[in-house]
Design a binder for this molecule. Structure first.
Ligand SMILES: *Cc1c(COP(=O)(O)O)cnc(C)c1O
Length: 452
């Protein structure tokens, strides 16, 4: 309100020039200021509208923070765990403790947390490659997996001999039911029909599709039903983007894995991946990660793991900030009559928020604005490009401290119908609000949205 009142004065004295241009400029400036105050009001109203939702997110962050602290206390984390190692890294206390800490936080028997895994895709592929043998069936319970995994499994190019299918592993999948839940009956039928089903793969996050994400409760329920009938089948969850979003994690499955430059890194971890699960499976993964006979007792990290510890300590808060940012974007763009998934009222199961625009111009401008409101590379002008593996052009806003770190505020979109932008992350709600405001100003300035 204050802003609107002081504006006319600013406008009058801004340019004491009575030419036609001067008048037009004054009118434009005046309109711009009116738009800006409308935007401020819109954001403020939407923050009020979602107060209960934001409070709910905060409660979960508090609960998860308490649990992380408990796990840190149990492991007696201390300064000496931050010491770097070199070479083989025998007796690396920091590495071994970090494994135990992650196991505790994710409520699994054992874990591996490694900078040697270059990304989420790498750890997920490494797990699958270690656990599956030629002739085994990998059965995905959530349709076709995330884009990069699709290639690694061999669903894009069978000729690539190092893909899973190239090595003789068979991929099958079941889609989620219309209500978004897992189709447990079809999964059981497929296991019944073929004794070669060795591993059930469940992707928690929607990834870059419009299917619903899964709750940890749904994943656990499915795991318990399958395990009770077929205890020898391995159940694995891709937990990327799902960590710390809910009260708990998929801890009834045999194995979860994910990226450290997403949720569990808290925006601080520079690189790596993690896997957590039963001791037996984690021992196998350790051998698959390094060498049979050597396993997880080697691997040095000359920078030390201080940021990894600090990252998981910060993760409950940072994920909460990302979720609040996502809900605020959802609330504002819903009010502007755009469809959003998940809807404002839906409980989130991952940090991805999609907003469906009407056309490519809106979609592109949205991503460009997110980029220009980023702390890094804000000056870079973003254009859609032909990314390998995609049929359509893709635009990606990622002005992040950690390259590709998508627990930081990022947005990406394939330029095709339904013109969905996938927004995720945000280290602070303050940044989220600043970016939202800039996005609305930019879009309104180009008449791509109408703020009333
Ligand atoms: C990000 C992501 C991956 C792959 O992780 P990268 O670190 O980008 O390789 C796999 N699955 C899901 C659901 C993801 O969100």
């Amino acid at each position: 309100m204050k802003i609107t009142l002081s504006l006319p004065i600013l406008v009058i004295f801004a340019k004491p020039d009575y030419t036609k241009d001067g008048r037009e400029m004054r009118v434009n400036m005046h309109n711009k200021d009116i738009t800006e105050s409308k935007i401020d009001r819109l954001i403020s109203e939407c923050r009020d509208d979602i107060k209960d939702i934001t409070d709910g997110i905060f409660e979960i962050s508090c609960l998860r923070q308490t649990n992380v602290l408990k796990a840190m206390r149990k492991e007696k984390i201390a300064e000496n765990h931050f010491m770097p190692t070199t070479g083989y890294g025998y007796g690396d206390l920091g590495r071994d403790k970090l494994d135990k800490l992650f196991a505790g936080v994710f409520n699994h028997e054992a874990a591996l947390v490694r900078a040697h895994w270059v990304s989420g895709t790498h750890v997920l592929y490494n797990c699958l490659d270690t656990l599956l043998r030629p002739g085994d069936i990998m059965l995905s319970a959530t349709g076709i997996p995330y884009d990069t995994l699709k290639t690694a499994i061999g669903l894009n190019d069978d000729k690539h001999s190092s893909t899973l299918t190239g090595k003789g592993i068979i991929f099958k999948c079941v889609k989620q039911k219309c209500d978004g839940l897992l189709d447990i009956k079809s999964i059981l039928d497929m296991i019944d029909a073929d004794k070669n089903v060795r591993l059930i793969y469940i992707q928690k996050s929607r990834g870059y599709e419009l299917r619903p994400s899964l709750s940890y409760i749904e994943i656990n329920k499915c795991a318990e039903i399958i395990k009770s009938k077929y205890p020898e089948i391995i159940i694995m969850a891709d937990n990327c983007y799902g960590e710390f979003v809910e009260e708990g994690e998929p801890d009834k499955v045999d194995l979860i894995a994910g990226s450290l430059i997403k949720n569990p890194g808290g925006g601080l971890v520079p690189t790596g991946g993690y896997a957590a699960g039963s001791k037996k499976i984690i021992d196998m993964i350790a051998e698959g990660m390094t060498t049979p006979g050597i396993g997880g007792e080697v691997g040095s990290y000359a920078l030390g793991y201080r940021l990894f510890y600090q990252g998981i300590f910060m993760a409950p808060h940072v994920v909460g900030q990302a979720l609040m940012t996502a809900k605020l974007f959802a609330a504002v763009f819903s009010k502007l009559n755009f469809k959003v998934y998940p809807s404002i009222a839906e409980k989130p199961y991952d940090i991805v928020q999609s907003i469906i625009f009407d056309n490519a111009d809106q979609l592109i401008k949205f991503c460009q604005s997110i980029q220009s409101a980023s702390p890094i590379d804000s000056h870079v002008s973003l254009e859609p490009w032909d990314m390998p593996g995609y049929q359509d052009k893709v635009i990606m806003a990622a002005g992040t401290f950690i390259q590709g770190g998508s627990v930081e505020l990022t947005a990406d979109a394939p330029i095709r119908e339904p013109y969905a932008a996938y927004l995720q992350g945000g280290l602070s709600l303050e940044h989220g609000i600043a970016a939202l405001k800039k996005t609305l100003i930019d879009m309104a300035g180009e008449r791509l949205i109408n703020i009333t």
